[in-house]
Design a protein around this ligand. Sequence first.
Ligand SMILES: [Zn+2]
Length: 82
Amino acid sequence: MATKKTTALRCPTCGTLVTAGDAEFPFCTDRCRVIDLGKWASGAYRISSPIHDPELLDELDGLRGAGRATSQHLDHDLDENG
Ligand SMILES: [Zn+2]
């Protein structure tokens, strides 16, 4: 029973087991490396995510409400066309 110390990881793209000695480690092939880089470039991996917290959105909406009074005077301009 030999205890051979080998570092191995799974390819981030396809999940194939790759040993540390592989030329493309931690990717199984150059193709998988390119695919993974492409994901980063296209934004498939996002570090920050959009806000989905209803309470936080409500709070932001409340902050914007302070300047809401300016939209009313635009309505009567439509009557001149009628
Ligand atoms: Zn792969």
